[in-house]
Design a protein around this ligand. Structure first.
Ligand SMILES: *[C@@H]1O[C@H](CO)[C@@H](O)[C@H](O)[C@H]1NC(C)=O
Ligand SMILES: *[C@@H]1O[C@H](CO)[C@@H](O)[C@H](O)[C@H]1NC(C)=O
Ligand SMILES: *[C@@H]1O[C@H](CO)[C@@H](O)[C@H](O)[C@H]1NC(C)=O
Ligand SMILES: *[C@@H]1O[C@H](CO)[C@@H](O)[C@H](O)[C@H]1NC(C)=O
Ligand SMILES: *[C@@H]1O[C@H](CO)[C@@H](O)[C@H](O)[C@H]1NC(C)=O
Length: 264
């Protein structure tokens, strides 16, 4: 009895399921480009194609899905909300004339048509990424620092889409991403540069790191943007100096000699 009921349920679920599938997803909907990128304030074309015969009376709807919130873009033959005066429908595709960063997101083109029993429908999703040039970054550079301490210089801008990469300059010369530590194998790494976060880390900072610093943000959409130049002055900590002369310098040979002669 139980197995019979299970069979019955199986029949209902599978048969109804395939019926629904056929009725709801009978239309093939495709896009020439499912991942559209466009620069801000330029146009974007969201393509949507279907296989319904021309004489059939179809219904075209476009929806936007952002953070799981669904809103209408094109419904009942008209554009909705802020798409009203800047978009047009071309068959079932849409052309947005002047995209802004707020237009980034996923768009769904839904096509439905009357069928013998109920409706046939199909859909395709098209993502739109609006590219925004980097803004001028804000740089954090300490005016002064004590030699031997850990110092982090920061550079950041929040407008760029995709996110900016960062470059640092000292006295007008670019700081290479993977600096070599110099002639002496055991010498410390001069600095650590993270081009993604924009941080330039001196661990520890030395007197030689004194200089004029600025950074550049670049996401290859617009021109690279820089922050104003700032000077960082690295001073010796007098206690460390006395100590280092006693226990031998960890910094460069030159610095060591200089310290020694000074103390004598
Ligand atoms: C595009 O949209 C922006 C922001 O809504 C507006 O400031 C600008 O004037 C528009 N440009 C054109 C050509 O319509
Ligand atoms: C840069 O920082 C990010 C975030 O902290 C980290 O995931 C990444 O590994 C860092 N890159 C380098 C080269 O250190
Ligand atoms: C000090 O910095 C300059 C570049 O700014 C570099 O050429 C030189 O090798 C550095 N000296 C030491 C001892 O690190
Ligand atoms: C280090 O030397 C300076 C003079 O060069 C002196 O004024 C200072 O007191 C010394 N500090 C220590 C901790 O010895
Ligand atoms: C200077 O160095 C001494 C000895 O290492 C340390 O105790 C002191 O905190 C340092 N001063 C500063 C301002 O960092």
């Amino acid at each position: 009895m139980a197995s019979c009921r299970r069979l019955l349920r199986w029949l209902i679920v599978t048969q109804l399921g395939s019926l629904c599938y056929y009725e709801t997803y009978g239309i093939t909907v495709q896009s020439d480009n499912e991942h559209v990128t466009a620069r801000e304030f330029e146009g974007a074309f969201l393509s949507c194609k279907h296989n319904v015969r021309k004489e059939t009376d179809i219904r075209v709807e476009w929806k936007k899905v952002k953070d799981s919130v669904i809103s209408f873009v094109y419904f009942n033959g008209v554009f909705e909300g802020h798409f009203k005066d800047r978009a047009e429908i071309l068959h079932s595709s849409i052309q947005i004339k002047n995209v802004t960063r707020k237009d980034s997101g996923k768009y769904r083109c839904e096509i439905s048509a009357p069928a013998e029993k109920g409706q046939e429908a199909g859909e395709v999703e098209v993502s739109l990424l609006v590219l925004v040039p980097s803004a001028a970054p804000v740089c954090e550079v300490p005016i002064s620092a004590l030699s031997g301490t850990v110092v982090e210089l920061r550079c950041k801008e929040n407008e760029g889409v995709p996110a900016s990469k960062y470059r640092w300059y000292r006295n007008g010369a670019i700081l290479l991403e993977n600096p070599v530590s110099g002639k002496f194998k055991k010498a410390k790494v001069p600095y650590t540069l993270n081009t993604t976060t924009g941080t330039l880390l001196f661990n520890p900072v030395s007197k030689n790191d004194t200089g004029e610093y600025y950074c550049e943000a670049d996401n290859r959409v617009g021109r690279p943007q820089k922050c104003p130049v700032k000077r960082m002055q690295v001073e010796r900590n007098s206690s460390v100096r006395n100590k280092s002369s006693k226990y031998k310098a960890t910094e460069s040979e030159k610095d060591f000699k200089h310290t020694k002669s000074f103390v004598i």
